[in-house]
Every structure is written in C-alpha cells, then in structure tokens.
Design a protein around this ligand. Structure first.
Ligand code: NAI
Length: 506
C-alpha cells in the first residue's frame, strides 16, 4: 500500500500534536515534529517512545515496528525543516491570528503542492485560509483526544478548499486506521455541534429544579443507554473546555436558542469547580472516584391503592400488562374510582396539564415515562405534579419498584428527562442534516465514534419513534413556548417515514 503522504509535518507538540504524530508514524510516514517550545518536542518524543514501548509490552506492536516508528519520528528545530513535507498538520494554540500567521509562514517554506491542515475544533477553516496564497490547499483535519483511541476525524472543506485535498486527507485517515467523515465548514463541524443536545438539555432540567445531577445521570444511563451521564461527561471533559465550546457554538449561530448555554456551567467555571481533574465538579472526587449520593430509598407502603391508567397514555397496553405483572389491582372503567392512583404517560406534555385536560384529580395523578419500552430500560421514571399527594407518590414509587427495577421520581416537567434529552439530540441532528453539514451516514458515524453514544442520533430517533420525537417537541413547544423545541423541518418531513432513510442523501 502506497502511503498517501510520505513526509508529514506536525506543528504543535501538545496533547493533540503528539497523538497525530503517533498514528502518522505508525502508518509509515516520516514525521517532523515542531513546536515553538523545544522542550515540548522533547517531552512529546519521550512520551511517544514510552507509548510504543507499552504497545510492544502488550504485544500490539513487534520490536521491529517500534524501532521503525522511533526512527520515523524526527524532531524539527525550526519551521524551515518542514520544507520537504507533503502534508503539514497544525495543532497549536486555538487562536485565529496565531494560526493565520503560522500558515502564512508555512506557505513560504513548503512546496506549492504540499497540503496544509488545521486541527482546530472551533475556528472557521475559511477564516484561517483567508489571505493565504493557495487557500484551496488548506482543510480542517479535526481529531479527538486521545487521538490513537478516538478513531474518527472530521475532514472539513473551507469555502475555497479543493475537493481533492479532502479526498487525500480522508484516504490518509484510513491508512492511519481512522474513519474520516466529511463536514462543511460550520460552527462545531459535526461532533461538537451534534453534542449540544445532551448536556445543554440536561443542564436546563437541573436549572428548572426538576431533578438533580446524579438523578439525571442515572436516568440517561439506565433508560437511554448512554455510557456516561451528561454531568459525569462534563466532569470528565472539564468545564474550562466544554463551557467555552457551548458559548462559541451558540454565538457563532447568532444566538440560536437550541444551543443556549447554561448559567450553571458559567458559574461553576467562574468558581473553579470544573471537574474531575481538580477533584470537584458536579461530583466530588476522592482518590479519583466520584462520590455519588445514594438513591432515595423505596418507601414502605402497607396498603396499595388500585391503579387506573389514562386512556391516552403512551404504550397503554404495555403499561396495563406491566401493572398486572407487578401485582397491582388495575381498574378498567372509563374513569378512576375515588381511591385510585391515576397514571398518565404523556409525550412532551407535563403531568399537571394532562391531569387538568383529562379532568383527573391532580392529587392522585402521577406520570410515568413510557417513551421507551419498559423491557428495554433498566430504570422507570415517575413524575409528580405540584398537587400530587405524598401517599400517592409513595404508592407509585413502591409499586413500580416491586420487581427490583430502580425507580426515579422527578418533579413535573414537559417531557420527563429521557424524552427531553433524546428529542433535543434528534432535533439537532435533523438540523445538521437539513443544513447539509454532512451526510446522514457520516453524522451517525461521527456521533457514535466521536461522542460514544449508544446509537447514532438518527437511529436513536428511529428506535424510539420519529413521530414520538415530533410529538415530544411539539408538545414541549406548547408547554414552554420556547423556540428551542421547534422541530427541524427535516424531522417534520421524516416524522412519519423514518429518519434513517438515507437514499435521498446518498
Ligand atoms: P496544547 O496546549 O496541549 O498544545 C499546543 C502546543 O502548541 C504547545 O506545545 C505550544 O507550545 C505549541 N504552540 C503554540 N503556538 C505555537 C506556534 N505558533 N508554533 C508552534 N507551536 C506552537 O493544545 P492541544 O490540546 O494539543 O490543542 C491543539 C489544537 O488542537 C488546538 O487548536 C485545539 O483547539 C485543537 N483540539 C484540541 C482537542 C483537545 O481535546 N485537546 C481536541 C481537538 C482539537
């Protein structure tokens, strides 16, 4: 196999530069590594040598391959030493002026046919290329941290970028064992844009006092299958990294309400409570381990009332079956008896509104999230309304915990937790498709590899019902009167036919 770029220059030997240097050398390129701080190059080289040593110890690389990689990694003492490079990737400080002057300098050094790439995560490729002699040869090449483990890279075309440059970078990505996805030059590209739904909506739920951080993390892990809850994830990424990204994407999209950041993270960032690396974020860390508050206990209920389920409940038949399996006395009349616990299962609407509209007694009404099939979740989520009596809340909690499945009880909000967060993710993904920032296929690949979600957002929408997603959003728009929940036209068109129908975009 012919390597796409024989000699590759990397400018910036920090976390990202050294990761890119590692996979480029492993793919067979000669790598020239430069940094304004000579010490940074030496540290990076030592780090990579021990990295390769570890891979050899684990049997993932043989001694010859390790020696060859070490020989291919060449520290550069000046930018001039990058003159023979076929490709130069910059991973320096995230500042437009500094990146622009670096590329101006590089253009005077490298051959006219050398390709230039920027690992920027938030700056516009078009803006970086403005003023270059050969703007068509610059593309975005956005890797994720840690580079060798995060096997996806966004290849970004600026306004003037030549398509063959992107094709070459994509081919080279594959040679390095990464999956390339092609993105238009838009704020956040694919991954950082698609990632806005998760944390932002979760923060909004906390901001409304609906549930606390730990409860929301539990719900999204157990109900929707995310590996990390949004607050665990923010603690890991650290707010000094993620809050500025939230602000940047929001402002770059001219204050689009879907991306509105939260005052909660702004305040925590100001207070230095940024995450795991400082020992304190949404959770406290002792010896690197998160101190997670215990779950509220299941209440002791001696006399279980009969249960009546709203005729308009989502998955009503399944809910009836579940109640029978749990040993409840289920009422089947047109309306609940005077003592019955009354269950509603809305999509997008709040429990209070549903109780009033359906003329139910709010004091005995509790909501349950039935968006996801009960058999497919590891947790049940109930919501009270402001009038719900404590005995009714406790009865519902105890009843749904009878088979040992964990239960979270939250306050009333349109859309519960999972519905809100999943609908926000799906809606933003739909908007990315609507703007044709990338193909639906690349969106799914970028999100599963770059964000580690259990499913791509379009597959997620299909799994839990595109029409359900639309219903949640329409109803939340009514509850909140907030344009943030306005469904994307892309989602509206596909609400009835499915989101993963890719032939239109093929
Ligand atoms: P870093 O701070 O670890 O390393 C940057 C390195 O660049 C430093 O060693 C610094 O001495 C050097 N440098 C600064 N200005 C320079 C110049 N004019 N010429 C040569 N070297 C220079 O930063 P990190 O995290 O590696 O980020 C680098 C780039 O990658 C940034 O554009 C960042 O936005 C982007 N990025 C970072 C990710 C991350 O998770 N850290 C993820 C994806 C992209």
């Amino acid at each position: 196999m012919q390597i796409r770029y024989k000699t590759v220059g990397i400018v910036g030997a920090g976390a990202m530069g050294r990761g890119i240097a590692q996979i480029a050398a492993q793919a067979g390129s000669t790598v020239r590594l430069y940094d304004t701080q000579a010490a940074a190059v030496a540290v990076a080289r030592d780090d990579l040598f021990s990295q390769w040593g570890r891979l050899q110890d684990k049997g993932r690389m043989d001694a010859n391959a390790v020696e060859a990689c070490k020989a291919r990694l060449l520290p550069a003492a000046s930018l001039q030493e990058l003159a023979d490079c076929d490709l130069v990737v910059e991973a320096i400080v995230e500042r437009l002026d500094v990146k622009k002057s670096l590329f101006a300098e590089l253009e005077a050094i490298v051959r006219d046919d050398a390709v230039l790439a920027s690992n920027t995560s938030s700056l516009s490729i078009t803006a970086i290329a403005a003023g270059m002699m050969h703007a068509q040869r610059l593309a975005g090449y956005h890797f994720f941290n840690p580079v060798p483990l995060m096997k996806v890279v966004e290849v970004i075309a600026g306004l003037k970028t030549d398509a063959t440059v992107c094709d070459g970078l994509a081919e080279y990505a594959r040679q390095m064992g990464h999956t390339p996805v092609q993105a238009q030059d838009t704020p956040g590209f694919i991954v950082n844009h698609a990632g806005r739904g998760y944390g932002t909506e979760a923060l909004r739920i906390v901001g409304e006092g609906i549930a606390d951080f730990a409860t929301i993390d539990r719900i999204l892990r157990d109900q929707a299958g995310f590996k990390l809850g949004p607050f665990e994830l923010m603690d890991l990424t650290a707010l000094d990294v993620s809050h500025p990204v939230m602000e940047s994407i929001y402002h770059q999209y001219y204050d689009e309400p879907r991306y509105r950041p939260s005052v909660i993270t702004a305040q925590r960032l100001a207070g230095g409570v940024v995450g795991r690396k400082v020992g304190e974020g949404f959770y406290r860390y002792v010896d690197g381990k998160a101190q997670v508050p215990a779950e509220p206990p299941v209440p002791q209920v001696d006399e279980m009332p009969p249960v009546w389920v709203s005729t308009r409940a989502a998955r009503r038949a399944e809910l009836h079956q579940l109640l029978k399996d749990l040993g409840a006395t289920v009422e089947t009349g047109q309306s609940p008896s005077l003592h019955a616990l009354t269950l509603v299962a809305p999509l997008g609407f709040d429990v209070t509104t549903v109780a009033i509209v359906e003329r139910l007694d709010p004091a005995r009404t509790v909501g349950i999230d039935m968006l996801i099939d009960d058999a497919a979740t590891r947790r049940r989520v109930l919501a009270t309304n402001p009038a719900t009596r404590t005995d009714m809340r406790d009865a519902a909690h105890a009843l749904f915990a009878r088979d040992g499945k964990p239960v979270s009880v939250i306050r009333d909000s349109g859309g519960f937790v999972t519905q809100r967060v999943v609908a926000a993710i799906v809606n933003i993904a739909a908007d990315i498709c609507q703007q044709r920032i990338c193909s639906p296929k690349d969106l799914e690949t970028a999100v599963t590899l770059g964000l580690g979600y259990p499913l791509g957002p379009l597959a997620m929408g299909d799994r839990w019902g595109p029409s359900n997603m639309l219903e949640v959003l329409f109803n939340m728009q009514t509850v909140y009167g907030d344009p943030r929940y306005r469904p994307s036209p892309w989602l509206r068109r596909r609400g009835a036919i499915g989101l993963s129908l890719l032939h239109e975009e093929a």
